[in-house]
Design a protein around this ligand. Structure first.
Ligand code: NDP
Length: 298
């Protein structure tokens, strides 16, 4: 264990396996809203569990956050127990949340006033990629902060890319996930129609996946989760709906018309309302199945 002390806040579906990779490389303190999860993590991975964000950040060279949205990250800063009470001048806050650019720029501005560096560092690759340490991490930061963040992020990812200034990582991640959302809907609708037309889902995917319509959804997600009927819960649909919302805001901010993303956002909003908050993102296809009276199985 050679690295400088770090802290990780937010041990959710993706945060926990990311923190587990970090734990092997440096002294790690963890904090989670539900404390029992942090205590269990600390026991299993040889980390220390903190009672408050301030306690977690105290003495840490680098603090990582991975929460549902930027709102929760910003809310963690203030108060006697908050991050700002524990972060020392010279520390670095790396936010791995799929957050929004405007809030991150605001957070970065506040931290800079106290001599604390900030980078947005959202990730792609899912919980499997987090466990394997093969995430793609898109970093928004100035050059010096990126250079400092890279070795920490390399413990969790295999592609660490500096994509622009603070906020740029979140913007790129939101567009990536908006493309994922559009793909899920389009693949679900197309396969439902093909099955109803008498083509087996397996045959349809075999052909699509060597043709120009293929995607990560058709090549990996649908075969593993829909054809099998496994529907594992690894990435909440509510979080994907949030990401499409961030991408739509980016389009508005940049003056780009977005009828496709607007419709995808509305369809995911309805799916979120129809399903429970813990539903997985692929369960959008389940709704397409039930509306069209067909099952896409292999
Ligand atoms: P989860 O819903 O599994 O976990 C959320 C985490 O945030 C939990 O640790 C939860 O604590 C904590 N939390 C929730 N609300 C608050 C709050 N108000 N204050 C403090 N902590 C809070 O989410 P994921 O781990 O899946 O996602 C985290 C981020 O990573 C999201 O931005 C998501 O979009 C992104 N992401 C997720 C991927 C995935 O495959 N799951 C892939 C790529 C990005 P508690 O234990 O108390 O509930």
């Amino acid at each position: 264990m050679t690295g400088r002390p770090a802290a990780f806040l937010g041990l959710g579906a993706i945060g926990a396996p990311m923190a587990a990779r970090l734990a092997g490389t440096r002294p790690l303190t963890v904090w989670n809203r539900t404390r029992s999860r942090a205590e269990e993590f600390a026991r299993v991975h040889g980390a220390r569990s903190a009672a408050t964000p301030a306690e977690a950040a105290s003495g840490a060279d680098v603090v990582l956050t991975c929460l549902p949205t930027s709102r929760e990250v910003e809310a963690l800063l203030d108060g006697g127990d908050g991050l700002l009470a524990g972060l020392a001048p010279g520390a670095l806050l790396l936010d791995c949340t799929s957050g929004d650019p405007a809030t991150s720029r605001r957070i970065a501005g506040r931290l800079a006033g106290q001599g604390i560096a900030f980078a947005d560092a959202p990730v792609s690759g899912g919980t499997n990629g987090a466990e394997a340490g093969t995430l793609t991490i898109m970093v928004g930061a100035d050059g010096a902060t990126f250079a400092r963040a890279r070795p920490v992020l390399e413990t969790m990812g295999s592609r660490i890319v500096h994509v622009g200034p603070v906020g740029a990582g979140h913007a790129l991640k939101a567009v990536n996930n908006a493309l994922l959302a559009v793909n899920i809907l389009a693949v679900g609708e197309g396969l439902a129609a093909l099955v109803k037309a008498g083509v087996s889902a397996r045959t349809a995917l075999d052909v699509l996946n060597v043709s120009s319509g293929r995607s990560f959804v058709s090549e990996t997600l649908v075969p593993e989760r829909v054809l099998t009927g496994a529907w594992p819960r690894t990435f909440r649909l509510a979080l994907l709906e949030k990401d499409v919302g961030i991408a739509r805001q980016l389009l508005r901010d940049t003056g780009v018309e977005g009828p496709v993303l607007d419709l995808a956002g509305e369809l995911f909003r309805r799916a979120r309302a129809a399903l429970c908050e813990s539903a997985d993102h692929l369960e959008a296809i389940r709704l397409i199945e039930s509306r069209s009276g067909v099952e896409i199985r292999g």
